[in-house]
Ligand binder design. Structure first.
Ligand code: HEM
Length: 204
């Protein structure tokens, strides 16, 4: 792990990955809900599904980069004044977010792999993406497809809930507690005060 020289803000790479993934998840939630709940023309629906799959796989691949960053860098410390129960909640919430960033795209990938319609996934209209090997060879795909749809939809609702709580907590830090927790994840140039080295806890 890289030494903690000035652990008062995230690195540019971490900030770019964070906001790219936030944008991707917001787009996936909106597109996912639109394609499953609106009455759209078949061609529009096909294009939305392909876009949803493309962004979903991009978020999945970005999750590996994010994890690699996290395993090789120490994130900034949480404010010393923060109660330990809140620190534990923040750490737990971040762990859950990481878990969903991997698990949810896998359920989506499983879903298209067991689809009875068997429509190929072509990322952004150019890059063919394979189905999951064992699942795509199932003899009777219909029950697996029904299960995968359920798991993916409820998983998506849980992730949307987690992201909402995560964003609300960041806004509470910024507007109510008035500390630097949100600012250190923003690409602003003004330097932030260096955190106390005595604080052991951290956030992501
Ligand atoms: C973080 C990643 C993802 C999020 C947040 C997400 C979100 C969603 C949401 C909100 C829905 C609508 C659920 C409903 O109300 O029925 C949905 C549906 C769907 N998603 Fe995802 N998704 C993600 C990744 C993926 C991936 C990687 C794939 C495939 C490669 C995928 C394939 C699908 C498909 C095929 C549906 C339609 C299910 C149906 O027809 O009922 N998703 N997704």
């Amino acid at each position: 792990m890289r030494p903690d020289r000035s652990a008062h803000r995230y690195t540019l790479v971490a900030i770019i990955l964070h906001w790219m993934m936030a944008l991707g998840i917001a787009a996936l939630a909106l597109i996912g809900l639109a394609m499953t709940h609106l009455k759209l023309a078949p061609m529009q629906l096909f294009e939305l599904y392909q876009l949803h799959k493309s962004i979903g796989i991009t978020v999945f691949l970005a999750a590996f980069l994010r994890l690699a960053w996290r395993l090789t860098h120490r994130p900034p410390n949480l404010p010393e004044a923060m109660p330990s129960v809140e620190k534990a909640a923040a750490t737990g919430g971040h762990l859950l977010l990481y878990a969903f960033l991997f698990a949810l795209p896998i359920t989506g990938w499983a879903l298209v792999s067991v689809s009875v319609l068997n429509i190929p996934t072509v990322l952004y209209g150019v890059l063919p993406w394979p189905d999951l090997p064992l699942l795509s060879m199932l003899d009777d795909k219909a029950p697996a497809e029904a299960l995968a749809k359920l798991v993916h939809a409820y998983g998506a609702y849980v992730l949307i809930g987690l992201v909402a709580v995560h964003a609300a907590a960041a806004l509470r830090h910024h507007f109510i507690i008035r500390d630097d927790v949100l600012k250190r994840m923003l690409p602003i140039s003004r330097p932030l005060p260096v955190a106390s080295p005595s604080t052991k806890e951290h956030s992501s």
